[in-house]
Design a protein around this ligand. Structure first.
Ligand code: AMP
Length: 388
């Protein structure tokens, strides 16, 4: 590795987006002596609370973007929908964007992402493009039902998705998502959902945290457990798929591959996230190097850190719904040995909003799962709000 390509602390990492992913990157990067600047339209954001500098401006304000870019040494994203214009400005200013604009371009749009995966020979959920009523009918004929109609422009956490159980429901589903460019996906009757969070360095080095098993509720990640209890042969296959994705996309940074394991033991890629992922939050406690430290290392050109899992781990998300009776009493969860609390500093606990998470480590996968669920249930049980 050429020393000149390495961005050493106390260089400034610039993050577009200011949510919890940026916050946890900031915590890890600051521990290593980096400085963090964050750019988003929001004030007092989860990332901004930890960052050295929080710039509040619209993503479309390219003058503000340019000013921001000039004050940082490397740029990364935790919110990908602004990538193209930012990548262009960064290129003009000679500031590296990692992962690169091409990765963001491909993964920003479901159709492009699926087409990339298919053309790379990687297994994906069956899909067809929908840009018109005619294409919609063709897609339904080709894919069949049940199916899921998803907007091509990325929604997140199940937003912009409609399930179609019979062909005659297709048109109203498309109307509901605003007749936008869409993708019709075959509904996968999966045995389980899996993810591989992996990283690739500037020198092409590859690291991963094994396979994580995920449970979603209302299309939002609810619970992650590592290591996934699957056949080791399938685990190797899943990791090799992730390796192929990172290599073929020429990723520098962290990327998560979300997959379904279907009833015939086939792995099918559902989607890619070109950044640390909710299912990888458990790496903060469970691994020698967390996904966030790894992101900092990768984008700064440092060697990747060891990713051994130290103990079985489980992570449960804390959504805004948990606040329906006021602020939960955190001591009820923290009284359980091995349970860790992460709160993202968000002020408004809206239903479905990711406010924080719990991680539990234990001697077995089952014990970790039980512990984290027990801890979350204890928080939900508390009827009275805590007086502060
Ligand atoms: P996505 O936004 O595509 O990640 O979807 C969120 C969640 O919806 C997934 O994690 C699955 O639980 C479910 N889902 C999405 N697409 C499909 C599919 N083609 N078949 C079955 N379930 C799906």
């Amino acid at each position: 590795m050429k020393r000149s390509t390495v961005i050493y602390p106390p260089a400034v990492i610039g993050v577009f987006g200011s949510g919890q992913l940026g916050r946890m990157l900031a915590l890890a990067a600051r521990a290593m002596g980096y400085r963090i600047h964050t750019y988003s339209p929001d004030h007092d954001s989860p990332t901004g609370q930890i960052a050295d500098r929080e710039v509040c401006a619209p993503y479309e304000d390219l003058d503000a973007v340019r000013k921001f870019v000039r004050q940082v040494d490397v740029i990364t994203f935790e919110f990908e929908n602004v990538a193209a214009a930012v990548a262009q400005v960064a290129a003009e200013e000679g500031v590296p964007v990692r992962p690169g604009g091409h990765v963001l371009h491909t993964t920003q749009q479901r159709l492009r992402e699926k087409q990339f995966l298919r053309s790379a020979g990687l297994p994906v959920t069956p899909f067809a493009a929908v840009h018109s009523e005619e294409e919609l009918q063709e897609a339904v004929a080709q894919i069949g039902t049940p199916a899921i109609l998803k907007t091509a422009a990325f929604g997140y956490d199940g937003k912009g998705q409609m399930r179609i159980d019979a062909p005659e429901q297709a048109l109203s589903a498309w109307n509901t998502i605003g007749r936008q460019a869409a993708i019709l996906e075959g509904f996968v009757d999966f045995a389980c959902e899996l993810s591989v969070v992996a990283a690739r360095g500037m020198d092409g080095a590859f690291a991963h945290w094994g396979v994580i098993e995920n449970v979603h509720r209302n299309h939002i990640l609810d619970l992650s457990v590592a290591p996934a209890q699957i056949d080791p042969r399938l685990a190797c296959e899943a990791i090799e798929l992730a390796r192929a994705v990172l290599e073929k996309l020429d990723v520098v940074g962290v990327l998560c591959v979300e997959m379904f394991l279907d009833r015939r033991e086939r792995l099918l890629i559902n989607e890619l996230a070109p950044r640390p992922h909710n299912s990888g939050h458990l790496t903060i406690e469970a691994s020698i190097t967390s996904q966030f430290e790894q992101q900092a290392r990768a984008i700064c050109g440092l060697p990747l850190g060891a990713t051994d899992l130290l103990r079985p781990a489980a992570m449960a998300n804390l959504l805004g719904d948990l606040w329906s009776n006021g602020e939960p009493d955190w001591s009820t969860a923290l009284a359980i040995p091995g349970v860790k609390l992460h709160l993202y500093g968000k002020k408004e606990p809206r239903a479905g909003r990711k406010m924080g998470h719990l991680t539990a480590l234990a001697g077995t996968i089952e014990a970790a799962r039980t512990k984290v669920l027990q801890a979350r249930a204890a928080l939900a049980e508390k009827p009275d709000s805590v007086q502060r």
